[in-house]
Every structure is written in structure tokens, then in C-alpha cells.
Write a new protein. Structure first.
Length: 218
């Protein structure tokens, strides 16, 4: 599976990594920023670096450099004077052509809401750092394929992800066509099915049956 696109709130991640200071001497901020980029470059794989963009505020930005450059294949961006990194990150989220595969690394709720509205993934900076440093790391949410949810909240998230792209009307028509039932029969079958399936195990068993072999509730 291809690596996700990473969009990182640079100073937010620096703060989580303990690389920010109350005051900075000449060159301190640039040195700490470079330290973060070195850490990312060492821990991310080649494809991950190629899909990674880090956005820093323009405070103490490198002199005589454009607002965009590369470090070890990662794209580093600085907003134009008078603008903040958050604004640029929101613009990038809105313009991204594959937002569902985009992971935004930031603890800023404004940015988290922005990516979730486009059905992408948000990760708090401290959580991302733990994933980055883990021996068996996986950036972003773990796959739910074939996995059983372990909690009521997990159950809801699991099924929401499984059926996120289904349209109820189309699904209804498809199931009616496969079962040969009329719409009135369908209402009856739904009621009976609700009576039969009282737990997730029963639902799993029913969903795993081929449509033409699903037994009708009695």
C-alpha cells in the first residue's frame, strides 16, 4: 500500500518534540528547525519523504531562500510575510487532490477539523512522534481490514469506515434485486432481521453469507 501524504505543522511538532524555547538567540530557531528535519529524514522511508510537506511560520526563515525548498526529498514551505503557517496548511488541505489519503500532523483543532471535513486523517503531534519512534511504526490509523472492533466506539468507527461510500438508495435497490423481494416485503424482512441480529457476531455472520444464501429470519 502506498504511503500516505503527510502534511506537518512544523512548529507544532517542534513543540511536541521539546525543540522550542521561551527565548531564542541568533540562529537558535533555524538550528532547532533543522534538527527536526534531520529527525524526520532519518525516521521516514524514501516514499514517505517524497510525500511529506512540512510548513513552518516565517519567523527567522532562512535568508535569501524562497518560500519553498527541499530537505532530503521533503518539501519545506514558509508562508508569505504577513501570513501564518495555519493559513497555508488550510489552503493546502483544500487544494489537495487526494485528501482522503492525506494525514495532517498537528494538535491544532482548527487544522484537524479542516482535514476531517475532507475525510482525511488528523494526528496529534505527540502521537505522531510516538509512531515515528516506534520499532514497528505505522504512520496514520491502523488498517481495520479483517479486524474486530474492541469497543462500542470502535464498532461505530469500524462500520462507518466500511460503508462510508455506500449510498442508501442504491444499496436498497441492489439488495431488493438480489433477494427478489418487493419493497413491502423488504420492510418486513428488515424488522425480522433486527429481531434476529442482537449482537455484532450475528451481524458478521449474516454479512459474510453470500446474498443468495442469506437465510431469512423466521
Amino acid at each position: 500500500m502506498a504511503a500516505p501524504f503527510l502534511l506537518i505543522d512544523g512548529y507544532n511538532l517542534m513543540h511536541a518534540a521539546g525543540l522550542t524555547r521561551a527565548t531564542y538567540g541568533p540562529g537558535d530557531l533555524a538550528r532547532l528547525r533543522h534538527q527536526l528535519l534531520v529527525k524526520l529524514a532519518r525516521r521516514l522511508g524514501t516514499e514517505e519523504r517524497q510525500r511529506c510537506t512540512v510548513v513552518f511560520d516565517a519567523v527567522d526563515a532562512p535568508p535569501n531562500l524562497p518560500g519553498r525548498f527541499k530537505h532530503e526529498e521533503m518539501v519545506i514551505l514558509f508562508p508569505k510575510p504577513g501570513h501564518e503557517a495555519d493559513e497555508l496548511i488550510e489552503t493546502l488541505i483544500s487544494a489537495h487532490s487526494a485528501a482522503k489519503r492525506l494525514t495532517v500532523v498537528s494538535s491544532d483543532h482548527r487544522l484537524q477539523n479542516a482535514i476531517r471535513r475532507r475525510r482525511g486523517t488528523a494526528i496529534d503531534s505527540d502521537v505522531f512522534l510516538k509512531q515515528l519512534e516506534s520499532p514497528n511504526r505505522q504512520i496514520g490509523p491502523r488498517s481495520t481490514a479483517g479486524a474486530r472492533p474492541n469497543s462500542a466506539e470502535g464498532d461505530l468507527q469500524f462500520w462507518e469506515q466500511e460503508f462510508a461510500d455506500l449510498k442508501p438508495d442504491e444499496l436498497n435497490q441492489q439488495l431488493l434485486a438480489e433477494s427478489g423481494e418487493t419493497s413491502s416485503d423488504w420492510d418486513v424482512q428488515i424488522e425480522r432481521l433486527q429481531q434476529q441480529i442482537t449482537d455484532l457476531e450475528g451481524l458478521d455472520d449474516w454479512l459474510n453469507e453470500p446474498p443468495n444464501r442469506r437465510h431469512k429470519p423466521t
